[in-house]
Design a protein around this ligand. Structure first.
Ligand code: FE2
Ligand code: FE2
Length: 359
C-alpha cells in the first residue's frame, strides 16, 4: 500500500501529507463514517499514502547520518489502570459505570488531541544552527500536526479517534448510559500549575513546542498498553456485547497511532542531533542535552503521577456507581485485590536509562 516514494525524496506538500490511499470501502460505525478504509479487506489508516513513506524517508536520513532515535523502554510504561482482570470483574458484577467512564475519558482525551494543530512552531532557521530542510521538523507546521489533529478528533463529517472510541465502547458495552459528569470531573483537576521555564535561554515558543511534543509522544507510547487492555476487554465474549466489532475498532485506532509515535520520534531525534540557538541569538545549547533533559523529566512525572491518579479515581468511581455502601466497599476491596501493582523502576535521584535506539 505504501507508495513507491524514493528515499531521497524529503519534501512533501501539505496536500500530499493529507492524501489517502485508494480505499475500496470505508469504516462506518455507530452510523458515523470514520476516517481510513479498507483495501483487500484490510484496514488502512487515513492520510497515509505519502505521510507513511515521508516519515520513513526522514527516519532513513537520520539512520544514514548515524543519529539515534529516542525511545521509551517498556519498563517505564505503566500498565493501564484498572487492569483487564479488574475491569472484567466490575463488568461481571454489573458495575458498568466505571468502565464506561474510563472509555469515555479516553474518547474525550483523543478529541483534545486536536490541540496539536495550535502548537506554534519556532523559527527553525533562527533557532537551530544546522539546516532543517527536508526533515520532519520542517513539515510539522505544514501537514504533520494537522494530519495528527484530524486523526484524533475527526475532520468535517468524518469521525476520528474520538468517535471511534465511543463506537467501540457502545458496541462492547451495548450502548451504556454515559455518566453526565465525565467531562466535568475530568476538567476539575484544579487550575493548571504555572510552569517554570526549564531552559530559559531558549525562546518560549521552542520550549513550549518541545514540551508539548514530548508529552504527546509519552502519552501515545503509554496508550499502547491501553489499546491492548481495551482489545482484550471489549473483545472478551464473556463481558462484551459485540466482541468482534468492538475489538476491531480499537485495533483500527491502534494502527492509526503508529505514524504519530513515528513522526514525533523522528522530529525530536532530528532536533536532538542539532544545536539550538538561544532567544538572544548568541548562546547555543546541545539539542541532545535539551531533548534528553525534557524527555526524562516529563517521562518520570507522567509515569508516576498518572497511575496514582487512576487508582484514586477508580476507587471513587466504584463508590459513586454502587449506591449500597456495604456492597460498594466489598466490590472496591475485591477490585483492589486484583491490582497487579506497579511502581516506577527508578528512584528520584537515579538517572533514567539512556532512551536511545539506532534509527
Ligand atoms: Fe488517537
Ligand atoms: Fe495519536
Amino acid at each position: 500500500m505504501t507508495q513507491d516514494v524514493a528515499t531521497d525524496r524529503q519534501e512533501f506538500s501539505f496536500d500530499e501529507l493529507m492524501a489517502d490511499d485508494p480505499f475500496e470501502k470505508s469504516l462506518v460505525t455507530n452510523d458515523i463514517q470514520c476516517h481510513g478504509g479498507y483495501i483487500d479487506g484490510e484496514y488502512v489508516s487515513p492520510r497515509g499514502a505519502l505521510r507513511r513513506p515521508a516519515i520513513r524517508n526522514w527516519r532513513e536520513r537520520l539512520s544514514v547520518a548515524d543519529h539515534p532515535l529516542i525511545t521509551i523502554p517498556e519498563k517505564y510504561v505503566p500498565p493501564n489502570y484498572p487492569n483487564y482482570d479488574q475491569a472484567k470483574y466490575l463488568l461481571q458484577e454489573g458495575v458498568v459505570e466505571p468502565v464506561t467512564r474510563a472509555l469515555t475519558i479516553i474518547a474525550i482525551v483523543e478529541g483534545f488531541g486536536a490541540r496539536i494543530r495550535e502548537v506554534s512552531v519556532p523559527d527553525f532557521d533562527a533557532e537551530v544552527e544546522e539546516s532543517v530542510d527536508g526533515t520532519a521538523l520542517a513539515h510539522l507546521a505544514s501537514g504533520l500536526f494537522e494530519a495528527h489533529a484530524r486523526d484524533e478528533a475527526g475532520h468535517r463529517d468524518q469521525g476520528g479517534h474520538k468517535q471511534m472510541w465511543e463506537a467501540a465502547r457502545d458496541a462492547g458495552l451495548d450502548k451504556p448510559e454515559i455518566p453526565d459528569d465525565v467531562l466535568l470531573r475530568l476538567m476539575s483537576g484544579g487550575p493548571p500549575a504555572t510552569r517554570k521555564r526549564l531552559y530559559p535561554e531558549l525562546s518560549e515558543r521552542m520550549e513550549s513546542m518541545l514540551l508539548m511534543m514530548t508529552n504527546v509522544l509519552i502519552i501515545e507510547t503509554f496508550a499502547e498498553d491501553t489499546f491492548n487492555w481495551a482489545k482484550k476487554l471489549l473483545g472478551d465474549p464473556e463481558v462484551s456485547a459485540d466482541p468482534v466489532q468492538a475489538a476491531h475498532i480499537v485495533d483500527c485506532i491502534a494502527r492509526d497511532e503508529v505514524p504519530h509515535v513515528d513522526y514525533l520520534t523522528v522530529a525530536l531525534s532530528e532536533l536532538r542531533a542539532r544545536t539550538l540557538i538561544g532567544a538572544d541569538g548568541q548562546s547555543t545549547l546541545s539539542g541532545a542535552d535539551v531533548i534528553d533533559g525534557v524527555f526524562r523529566r516529563q517521562l518520570r512525572g507522567m509515569a508516576t503521577v498518572r497511575p496514582q491518579q487512576s487508582r484514586e479515581r477508580s476507587q471513587a468511581d466504584i463508590h459513586q456507581a454502587v449506591s449500597d455502601k456495604r456492597r460498594a466497599s466489598s466490590v472496591a476491596r475485591q477490585f483492589e485485590e486484583l491490582d497487579s501493582g506497579w511502581t516506577f523502576p527508578h528512584r528520584d535521584d537515579e538517572e533514567l536509562d539512556v532512551l536511545l535506539k539506532s534509527a
